[in-house]
Design a binder for this molecule. Structure first.
Ligand code: T6T
Length: 332
């Protein structure tokens, strides 16, 4: 009976999650640009590329995609980023790109508001800006925006966690820092969706400054103040690692259910060993490719081919589908 019940539960989780995933639809992406046949192809443009941080598997995957596309399209990528998520560190990097007069700037802004002034200065210096992953609230400044569907991802995570804990009990959210457009959207959607389940209480929403050690310590603290905790939602790769570490430290991994964003190798290991129950998996490699393609279209006078706003569907990984090629291909 137990086997059947757990299979039913797993199927239910998949339904809850997949429904969310299936409703995500990326605009049909036009074919990647062929090399320009005109003499303009001879010019090699320089595109500045500033990831959210440099030490994160999500952005390392994104940069792999960007580099591959830049090589194919003969674009020179100038990659610079900070090792910590902090707009005071990212701002001078933008300013340096402007000083170097890059032809176009691709960036994952660290703060939706604080990064408006340096990006405004770039645009005023006639450097078009494309945001990738995160964005800024002043979208009028942007040539294009590429991201995953963060709202649907947060909603899917809430539906899955609710199902996993039997629609009742205490849950917590671990987030990065306020002002990050992506993780703020995930948390907001998660909280909104949880309102559908009156017997579930969100007893804590902690910001961890995108530090794994802080996330781990926060989980332990939450367990001390809420020993009946039944589930955690980690809004990104760093918080996923921290939450898994904290749950393991208290010996409750697998008992306290963990739904996490992203799919770095450590998260996939934890999905397979049952420390994490589901991953909302993005497509950073593809985001990097699309950003470079749109840069190419802009710089080669093909502005009509630029995808102004791309929202890529997430995929949902669980223990049941973790070895499926259609899921594995998106792991970071
Ligand atoms: O989840 C990704 C990214 O989408 C988010 O904007 C920031 O955190 C990550 O980089 C993972 O650490």
């Amino acid at each position: 009976m137990k086997g059947k019940r757990s299979m039913k539960l797993a199927a239910g989780i998949m339904t809850a999650l997949t429904a969310g995933a299936l409703s995500l639809c990326a605009a049909a992406l036009p074919a990647a640009p062929a090399l320009a046949a005109t003499k303009a192809a001879a010019k090699t443009y320089t595109v500045g590329f500033i990831p959210g941080i440099t030490t994160d598997a999500f952005y390392i995957s994104m940069l792999r995609g960007a580099r591959a596309e830049a090589a194919r399209l003969h674009i020179h990528l100038l990659i610079q980023g900070a090792a910590q998520w902090n707009y005071t560190l990212q701002t001078p990097i933008v300013n340096d790109m402007v000083t170097r007069k890059v032809n176009l700037l691709v960036i994952a802004p660290n703060d939706a508001h604080a990064m408006i002034p340096p990006l405004t200065a770039a645009v005023k210096a006639h450097i078009p800006v494309i945001t990738v992953d995160t964005t800024i609230s002043a979208t009028n400044l942007l040539t294009a925006r590429i991201t995953s569907d963060n709202t649907q991802g947060g909603k899917s995570a809430a539906d899955a966690l609710a199902k996993l804990i039997g629609y009742k009990g205490d849950v917590a959210v671990l987030n990065t820092v306020p002002g990050v457009s992506t993780t703020d959207a995930r948390q907001a959607a998660f909280i909104q969706e949880m309102k559908k389940f009156p017997n579930i209480s969100i007893v804590s929403t902690q910001y961890t400054n995108d530090q794994q050690s802080t996330a781990a310590a926060d989980v332990e603290d939450i367990l001390l103040s809420h020993p009946q905790l039944k589930g955690v939602f980690a809004t990104n790769v760093i918080n996923a690692a921290g939450a898994a570490e904290g749950l393991k430290a208290k010996g409750v991994q697998g008992k306290v259910k963990l739904i996490a964003y992203d799919a770095e190798p450590e998260e996939v290991v934890d999905l397979k060993n049952g420390s994490i129950q589901a991953l909302v998996v993005q497509k950073p490699y593809l985001e990097g490719q699309i950003a470079v393609q749109d840069a190419y279209f802009y710089l080669h006078g093909q502005k009509s081919r630029i995808r102004k706003s791309i929202v890529l569907a997430n995929v949902i990984a669980t223990r049941q589908n973790v070895n499926s090629p259609n899921i594995r291909k998106w792991f970071y």
